[in-house]
Design a protein around this ligand. Structure first.
Ligand SMILES: *Cc1c(COP(=O)(O)O)cnc(C)c1O
Length: 307
């Protein structure tokens, strides 16, 4: 388990604040990051039900799809992927490598995709294949939360994490729910989505559904700085370049961890970050850079750092 110090840009401040990062991006057993942990119990469930196929939903650059395909390969299961959007002139790098690893892709209309497990495409797939285990989009649900709970426990029990204020980025909130109930004292959750006003309630309800109690004091933040989910602002790219010069062994992903660290950096600059010892959780997702335009890339060769 690797914990690194993260140096923040700007003049050395006298706050004495210390920033650490847990390198979930370096966990190379299946696919780096949180998604493999969200999938752990889903995979066990699929195997115990004797399923041959594991199906799920994902966008064309999805970290979830990448991790699900890798997990399926490891367990000898066949991945079936419903991809958001109906026409593809060309497969994205994420989908190309999914196909190369044996995944079967199904196009869907955005409207039908939104229905998830109630979609027509799911019915169609179930009529062609038998023994399909369905994983909800992003690997969410109580099983996803339980996997993150185990992950969070392992991280938080490490001596380096002692007394730290935890920071985690969120999409569905399943990862945050696992951390919130893992026994840690305090947690800040940074949504990758704009206007998530019910994030605290969402995390609470995810914990409840998984039969877990929240132990951490929660603070939540939404994506108010870069234009919303998946958007990359110039400021963010500049910040990442500077951060990389200071920390040449640490690359952050474009959608989640980079925006979390940027927001903490801004709060700290305004004197609004009260935590002495902060631990960022790097949730992986570096493959996301493969889908980003060259002029928005702060790193020359991000692939080098994914395992
Ligand atoms: C999916 C993802 C998240 C968000 O996880 P949720 O459990 O959906 O909140 C955070 N970071 C990275 C890198 C991800 O791929």
């Amino acid at each position: 388990m690797q914990f690194d110090t993260l140096l923040m840009p700007g003049p050395p401040d006298d706050s004495g604040n210390e920033f650490l990062i847990y390198r979930g991006d370096l966990e190379c057993n299946i696919a780096p990051g949180n998604k493999q942990h969200k999938l752990k119990y889903h995979m066990q469930q699929a195997l115990s039900e004797g399923c041959q196929y594991v199906a799920t939903f994902g966008g064309p650059h999805s970290n979830h799809v990448a991790a699900l395909v890798a997990s399926c390969q490891l367990h000898g299961l066949k991945p079936l992927i419903v991809v958001r959007g109906e026409t593809w002139a060309k497969l994205t790098p994420t989908l190309q490598s999914a196909v190369a690893s044996g995944a079967v892709l199904f196009p869907s209309t955005r409207q039908d995709y939104r229905l998830g497990l109630a979609s027509e495409i799911k019915q169609t797939i179930d009529s062609y294949y038998s023994n399909v285990y369905w994983v909800p989009e992003g690997g969410a649900g109580p099983l996803g939360v339980m996997g993150c709970f185990d992950w969070a426990k392992t991280i938080s029990q490490h001596s380096k994490a002692e007394g730290a204020h935890f920071c985690v980025a969120s999409g569905t909130g399943a990862t945050a729910a696992g951390f919130a109930s893992s026994g840690i004292d305090s947690l800040s959750v940074f949504s990758a989505l704009k206007g998530t006003h019910n994030l605290t309630e969402d995390v609470q309800s995810l914990c409840r559904q998984a039969g877990l109690d929240i132990t951490a004091q929660l603070s939540t933040y939404d994506e108010c700085l870069h234009g919303g989910f998946g958007r990359i602002s110039k400021e963010l790219v500049n910040f990442l370049r500077t951060l990389y010069r200071l920390n040449p062994s640490i690359i952050l992903d474009p959608i989640y961890t980079s925006k979390m660290v940027y927001q903490v950096y801004q709060l700290q600059n305004k004197g609004l970050w009260p935590h002495r010892r902060t631990l960022f959780v790097h949730t992986g997702g570096l493959q996301g850079w493969l889908g980003v335009k060259k002029d928005q890339q702060p790193y020359s060769d991000p692939e080098r750092y994914s395992c």
